[in-house]
Design a protein around this ligand. Structure first.
Ligand code: ADP
Ligand code: MG
Length: 368
């Protein structure tokens, strides 16, 4: 799958751009603040119906304008798809596939698989466990339509159960049967979510290791361990065991909403001991593993966005990465950088179709 053309109107600092892409490698070169990441974000938006950076849609409209419009023309399994999105200030966005408005945005997720590698991925390592759950959930929901639904229902039941625990404490009252209604729901959805996450991590690990070894040309072992209360026993039993604790805490202390991923380099947590370059390598390898995963399940090569790839990595590692993603097993690639000399020396060695675009204060032009 690849994007043939995109047109952008008033998306962040991009006032107007009409770009025809290479089906393989596309590079955006420009100074800091020029709008390179904003273009990647527009591409991201057309796949996920939202920005990579913010849940507040209004922030994506150019400050001086009252709407934005994105249009993408995609080649997907031998058919052309036109995806368009418009957002008017203060209104709900409209998302269309071939001129037909989606009733549910969720129906669009997964149609145009995409993986974004961004400097902000470092939050996966440095941030709280919610970042790592979001990572798992984001990938799984791209290929499993029911997963997101289970997750929403789980979170709703969790909220209800927590409210009830608070009420019980405030009213000095307890009704086990009433609480049981929410327990049953948590168990139903949570068990399925647990199975999906377990399976995902199990399959991800060997691919992740393969990429890490390749990029670092080294022998470091990377580790990725899924931590979950649900490995201890079945979920219903775990809830039962934690009841006294939950009542005291006035919220649900166990469940898949507490899951985490332990990220190791060698025998140590990468958070504490990894250098910046090692962390970045770790994240790139993790995201490339994610790419393989989505590709295998969807049978479509996702679009790959590599934002600020030279940041914090030495040129050897970047060269390894670009050589990898220029290979047959990858599809369309987008790379941003501040300086084209980096990229030129790498691209010269590759036998890949490419285009280079210059980005300057919100304007995009073809350079080669
Ligand atoms: N809604 C918006 N309206 C206008 N400008 C915006 C908006 N959102 C972000 N920007 C501007 O976009 C610029 C950053 O663009 P970005 O794509 O991150 O640059 P880079 O080329 O460094 O990746 C900043 O100058 C920022 O102020
Ligand atoms: Mg940027």
């Amino acid at each position: 799958m690849y994007i043939e053309e995109i047109s952008i109107v008033n998306y962040k600092n991009i006032a107007e751009a009409n770009i025809t892409f290479s089906s393989r490698l596309n590079c955006f070169i420009g100074k800091n603040g020029a709008g390179k990441t904003n273009i990647l974000d527009a591409i991201y938006y057309l796949s996920f119906c939202k920005s990579f950076f913010t849940v507040n849609d209004q922030l994506n409209i150019n400050h001086d304008e009252s709407y934005f419009i994105l249009n993408g023309l995609y080649q997907r399994s031998d058919s052309l798809e036109t995806i368009s999105c418009g957002l008017q200030k203060g209104q709900k966005k409209q998302f269309k596939r071939n001129s037909k408005v989606y009733k549910k945005l969720q129906d669009h997720i997964g149609l145009l698989p995409l993986v974004m590698i961004s400097p902000s991925d470092v939050e996966l390592i440095l941030g709280g466990s919610d970042e790592r759950r979001k990572f798992m959930d984001g990938v799984i929901s791209q290929y499993n339509q029911n997963y997101l639904d289970d997750l929403l229902k789980y979170n709703r039941a969790l909220m209800q159960r927590n409210n009830l625990l608070k009420h019980f404490a405030a009213d000095r009252y307890f009704d086990e049967e009433l609480l049981g209604i929410w327990d049953n729901q948590l168990v139903e959805y949570g068990t399925r979510i647990h199975e999906q996450r377990t399976e995902f991590v199990r399959k991800l690990i060997p691919v992740f290791q393969k990429y890490y070894t390749f990029i670092s040309k080294g022998s470091e072992e990377v580790g990725l361990v899924h931590q979950s209360d649900l490995y201890e026993s079945d979920f219903a039993q775990i809830l039962k065991n934690a009841l006294a604790k939950d009542r005291a805490a006035q919220y649900t202390t166990v469940g898949i909403h507490k899951d985490d991923l332990v990220l190791n380099l060698g025998d140590y947590p990468i958070r504490k001991l990894g250098s910046q370059g090692q962390k970045k390598t770790y994240l790139v390898a993790l995201k490339l593993a994610q790419f393989d995963f989505i590709k295998e399940i969807s049978q479509i090569k996702p679009v790959l966005l590599l934002d600020d790839i030279f940041d914090k990595l030495d040129s050897h590692r970047v060269e390894q990465i670009v050589a990898t993603v220029a290979g047959e097993q990858f599809g369309q690639i987008f790379i941003t950088d501040t300086d084209r000399s980096h990229l030129d020396s790498i691209i010269q060695k590759l036998d890949t179709d490419f285009r280079i675009f210059r980005v300057e204060t919100g304007k995009v032009g073809l350079e080669k």
